[in-house]
Design a protein around this ligand. Sequence first.
Ligand code: SAM
Length: 213
Amino acid sequence: MFRRLYDATWGRAFAWGYDRFQSAQLDAGMRERRREVLSQARGRTIEIGSGTGLNLEHYGPEVTELVLTEPDPHMLGRLRGAVERSGRRAEVVQASVERLPLEDASFDTAAVVYVLCTVPDPAAALREIARVLRPGGRLLFIEHVRSPDPGLARWQDRLHGPWLLFGNGCHCNRDTLAAIDASPLEIEEVERDDIPKVPAIVRPMLAGSATAR
Ligand SMILES: C[S@@+](CC[C@H](N)C(=O)[O-])C[C@H]1O[C@@H](n2cnc3c(N)ncnc32)[C@H](O)[C@@H]1O
């Protein structure tokens, strides 16, 4: 009952306000960061949790086929609109990462931006991403993560509950690097940085790539 009410009210508002919420950080450097990471996509590409479609503009001509997945119906409507406005060919699939209705080893690239913070089970998500990537295929990622600074990490733990509600299921204290490291993917490169213009608990960021074996 609470879950349904929450989805119908805050879930809808979150999707409606998402691009506005992102705009300050995009203008302060994150648009460039997204481009830097996502322009590495090649061949048949899948994006997980595409949200409102903020990453569409960053996929270059090397992407031969683009599949955008998103489970949330409020986000999905906005994503479809963004694809239409972009004029770009992309298939939009309503799906959760835990069960992608897609064949094994059928993608050259997968991408996630601020998604492993929100999925219920990051280990299961990474297994499924590894399943759909061909051997040697790459996962490109930008994620906000648990701080390596113990003081800030403590605040991330303290404020985890309220942020979970505000952030529509986003966990501000996840050690996503450890999750990728423990997954079937092999970390290729990773850079730590701070996301500008956001509250401190969601500032620590990882950007990089991992390959499927
Ligand atoms: C913070 S938003 C990020 C949106 C977008 N990727 C971006 O670049 O800004 C998190 C997204 O993950 C999606 N998501 C949540 N749970 C998911 C799941 N189990 N599988 C796939 N996507 C999920 C949400 O619906 C939402 O669109």
